[in-house]
Design a protein. Structure first.
Length: 151
């Protein structure tokens, strides 16, 4: 079995890949919308044209907000130190429980390493808030279930 630092390194790499994929998808969408916006030509149906442009502008704003969220994820990932060990769950902790395995970082979903499933979660998620600050053998109540932190 791999040690926690090498597992944490792989989990961190998976989170970085998630961020990069998300960013590239958003940038491609943004470029596509910009191209659509520039190719929108004034037609005799002026109201229809203006409505189309407004819809594209709204989409651009939405993507802009999502890109800001991606930037925040990058900032969170930069704060994680791989070789930091602690008995208290904090950002960057791998938390092994009797139910699931978690990596407290960003919400990137399921990551499988050596046939073990980990859930990359943000400390702001409901389960992340419950786990944050817990210690080995702490009992956490979440969604009518009792979870024991094994760390």
């Amino acid at each position: 079995m791999k040690n926690k630092n090498s597992i944490k390194k792989e989990l961190l790499a998976a989170c970085l890949k998630f961020i990069e994929t998300r960013k590239q998808t958003l940038l491609m969408s943004l470029n596509s919308i910009k191209k659509d916006l520039h190719s929108e030509t004034k037609s005799s149906a002026g109201d229809k044209h203006e409505t189309g442009r407004a819809m594209l502008q709204l989409e651009m704003e939405k993507i802009g907000k999502q890109l800001l969220e991606v930037q925040k994820m990058e900032e969170v990932i930069e704060k994680i130190t791989i070789d930091k060990t602690t008995n208290i769950v904090c950002l960057g902790s791998i938390v092994i429980t009797n139910k699931q395995n978690y990596f407290l970082a960003i919400s990137a979903g399921e990551v499988i390493i050596n046939e073990n499933t980990y859930y990359a979660i943000s400390p702001q998620t409901p389960i992340g808030k419950e786990l944050l600050g817990s210690k080995k053998n702490d009992i956490i109540k979440f969604n009518n279930a009792t979870i024991t932190a094994v760390l």
